[in-house]
Design a protein around this ligand. Sequence first.
Ligand code: NAD
Ligand code: MG
Length: 328
Amino acid sequence: MAKVYYENDVNPDAIRGEKIAVIGYGNQGHAHAQNLKDSGLDVIVGLRRDDPGIETAKSDGLNVLPIEEASEQADMIMILIPDDRQPGVYDEFIKPGLKEGNALLFAHGFNIHYNQIVPPDYIDVMMIAPKGPGVIVRESYKEGNGVPALVAVEQDSTGRALDRALAYAWGIGATRAGVIQTTFKEETETDLFGEQVVLCGGTTELIKAAFETLVEAGYQPEVAYFECLHELKLIVDLIQSEGISGMRARISDTAEYGDMTRGKRIITSATRQEMKRILDEIQTGAFATEWILENKANRASFETMRKKEAAHPIEEVGKRLRSMMKWL
Ligand code: NAD
Ligand code: MG
C-alpha cells in the first residue's frame, strides 16, 4: 500500500519565507500560482517576455517576471511549461540562477527520469503531480477541497526535500485530498504506459477498429459513430465515479452479459503480450529515445501521422454529428 500524506502530516512552515517561482501560466501553472498565493505563500510567476499569459497572471493579482529573473530570485522553482519545452528553457533561463539549497519542482517526471534535465547535486529535486487538470485544482481549492497528488523526491540535498514538497502540496490544496508517495521512475513509466495502452492509444484504436467493422459491414457511419464513440463518455464517467462493478450495476443486464462474455475476446493474450512489450520499451528508455529523436528531427513522422489520423472517416462523420449536439 502506498504511503499517503494528509493535512496533519505537513508543516507549512517548512517553506514559509521561501520564494516560490511558478514557471508557466497554462493548465497547471495558473492553478498552482493562485492556490499558493491564497495559502499565504510567497509566489512569483516566471514567463517569457512575450507570453500571452502575462496579462492574465497580472489580472489575477500575481507578480510576473521574466523566467530568468523569477528563477534567480526564487528558492523553489516549479516548472509548469510543456514537457518537451522544459530542457531548453531550463538550460537557458533556469540553470544559471540555481543556488545551493534551491529546489527544482516538476509536475511530471519525464525530463528528470530520462536525463533530459540534469540538475546540479547541490539542489533539491521533487515532484508534485496533481491527478487532475488545472481548472479542477483551482476550483476545488476555492471550494475548500483539493485534488489528490503524487509526491516524489529525486534528490535531497538539504535533507528537507520531502518536507518542502509536502508544504508545496499543502499550498495548492492537495493534502486536503491526500498526497501519495511515489518515485520519478514510477510516475513517469506508469504515466506513459497508461496513455499509450489505455487512455489514448488503446482507446482510439478500439474506437476506430469497431467503427470500421460496422461501416465495412454496411451499417451507416452516423449510427456507428454514436455506438462506438459518442456513448463511450457515459460509460467512462460511470467507471470513474462508481468503479467497474458500479458501472455494470447501472447498465442493462444484456449489456453486462455481453461485457463479461465478449470483452475477454477483444483483449486477448496476444494483446497482453503486446502490453508487456510496450512497457518494456518504456522501462528501457527506447520509447523516450524514439520521441526525443523525433523532436530533434522536427517531428517529421509525427506531423505525417497527425495528418493521416485527422483524415479518418470517423472525423468527418463526427464533425457533422457534433454540430447537431449543441450542448457538447
Ligand atoms: P501547458 O501546455 O498548459 O503550459 C503552457 C504554459 O507554458 C504557458 O503559460 C506558456 O507560457 C508556457 N510555455 C509554452 N511554451 C513555452 C516556451 N517555449 N518557453 C517558455 N514557456 C513556455 O502545460 P501544462 O499542461 O500545465 O503542463 C505543465 C506540466 O504539468 C507538465 O510537466 C505536465 O506533464 C504536468 N501536468 C499536467 C497536467 C494537466 O492536466 N495538464 C496534470 C498533471 C501534470
Ligand atoms: Mg498522465
